[in-house]
Ligand binder design. Structure first.
Ligand code: ARG
Length: 461
């Protein structure tokens, strides 16, 4: 039979309706193994404070180990009436260690400092799992960038042809934000690495327990500085949720491009059969479902962050039961991203680019007009004038339905005396690409360096 942890001052048990509302084991059971690890650390500080004998510590630890094994095997599960993971595990401990010893573990701790600690332990582990998956995707992007070599593509702004860029350059433009996301998790971990254990309900413990010892035992850098903050704040959870949402958004922006590139009209890329889906009615269809699900799930993980922030807004210090709502959003983000990322990586690994089409389209839409303007600047023409002249070239071509390189020497001279036939040297995709050779630019030499830099960055984590 399950017992509430707070029976003493109550004349009866909770109403069934309250119990149903209050129960959280259907989601917080995920934290059971962390709770047991925390309990073992807590038993040690109770012992160090003289509140458990040597024998009691040994028996308590053995009982907790048995409980952990039963939780792992699924033999021990929460039952109806266990309010939360802590309640269920206390029942499990008492069943294994007896009421006398099992009842001693709760001294000097509260579910408030327990849950705040467990969430951090869980999220720190998950940040590593997700970070590794993000790095797998980064590696796929780097591999594709290397395979793309010096293949050009039309670079766009406002979704309009802007300037030619290397396909590799564009692919790496998706890798860098993802590398920063991993960096964000690392940086977040510095703040997450403080243990609320020992904060008690809010005011700290009076039993001479050492929060620093528990913190070290649980892999934290140290205890929190303030017990109220330790039990009441969830910015560490919210910051995790932001990074997770940002990963969702970064995937979604890439996904949107893949969806566009995969249309008949763009025709930039073909998806592998194993990483796309068909239609139940239209036999010809091959759909980019992974990319669409990524785009859709981005909305979901943003919602998780938004919901959490909304829960926190307006909460007075210290612990309020509202804080129980912090877990499902991040659990959902973790479940979503850990399934999405491997599928996304597989899709990226098997993308096949139509480099001939990309090369053909790269100079179209007058995407070399900037090169004319910049060539003129190098001849000493003020940029304002150069911009006008290049614009006049575009206007002429548009009126006659030709491309910039179709203008004759006479056409050029008529537009501006500065437009000598030498301007043709920049009227090629290769010339345009090679000219953008400052750090971070799309020139092949720079992109080759960039690939090495991305590899190094990825290997640093
Ligand atoms: N289950 C709660 C949570 O997830 C922890 C329990 C705190 N309950 C309480 N009455 N103080 O936040």
């Amino acid at each position: 039979p399950s017992v509430a942890l707070w029976g003493g001052r109550f004349t009866g048990g909770p109403s069934p309706e309250l119990a149903a509302l209050s129960q959280s084991t259907h989601f917080d059971w995920k934290l059971a193994s962390y709770d047991i690890t925390g309990s073992k650390a807590h038993a040690k500080v109770l012992h160090a404070a003289g509140l458990l004998t040597d024998i009691e510590l040994e028996e308590m630890t053995a009982a907790l180990d048995r409980l952990a094994a039963d939780v792992a095997s699924g033999e021990f599960l929460p039952v109806l009436g266990d309010e939360d993971v802590h309640t269920a595990l206390e029942r499990g401990l008492i069943e294994r260690a007896g009421t006398e010893l099992g009842g001693k573990l709760r001294a000097g701790r509260s579910r408030n400092d327990q849950i705040a600690t467990l969430v951090r332990m869980y999220l720190r582990d998950q940040a590593r799992v997700i970070g590794a998956q993000v790095l797998d995707l980064v590696d796929e992007l780097i591999t594709q960038a290397m395979a793309a070599g010096e293949a050009p593509m039309p670079g766009r702004t406002h979704l309009q042809h802007a300037q030619p860029v290397l396909l590799a350059h564009h692919l790496l433009a998706h890798a860098w934000p993802l590398l920063r996301d991993v960096d964000r998790f690392l940086d977040w971990d510095v703040r997450a690495a403080r243990s609320p254990y020992g904060s008690g309900a809010l005011a700290g413990s009076s039993l001479g327990l050492d929060p620093a010892a528990v913190a070290a035992d649980l892999g934290f850098d140290g205890p929190v500085e303030n017990s109220i903050d330790g039990t009441a704040s969830r910015d560490v959870v919210a910051e995790f949720a932001f990074v997770a949402a940002m990963i969702g958004v970064d995937l979604s922006r890439f996904a949107e491009e893949i969806i566009l590139w995969n249309t008949k009209e763009f025709g930039f890329v073909t998806l592998d059969d194993a990483w796309s889906t068909g239609s139940s009615i239209m036999p010809q269809k091959k759909n980019p479902d992974i990319a669409e699900l990524a785009r859709g799930k981005a909305g979901r993980v943003i919602g998780d962050l938004t919901g959490l922030l909304t829960t926190l807004k307006g909460l007075p210090l210290a612990y309020n039961r509202d804080l129980q709502e912090d877990k499902e959003p991040v659990f959902d983000q973790v479940a979503t991203l850990t399934v999405l990322l491997p599928a996304f990586s597989g899709m990226v690994r098997t993308l096949v680019f139509d480099t001939a089409r990309l090369a053909e389209l790269a100079p179209q839409g007058f995407s070399l007009a900037t090169d004319i303007a910049e060539w003129l600047v190098k001849q000493g023409v003020p940029f304002r004038v150069a911009h006008e002249v290049a614009g006049a070239c575009v206007r002429e071509c548009e009126a006659r339905g030709i491309e910039l390189w179709d203008l004759s020497d006479a056409d050029l001279a008529k537009i501006s005396e500065h437009l000598t036939p030498e301007v043709r040297t920049v009227l090629s995709v290769d010339g345009s690409l090679a000219s953008r050779d400052a750090v971070g630019g799309t020139a092949p030499v720079r992109v080759a360096e960039q690939i090495e830099a991305a590899k190094e960055r990825s290997a640093e984590f």
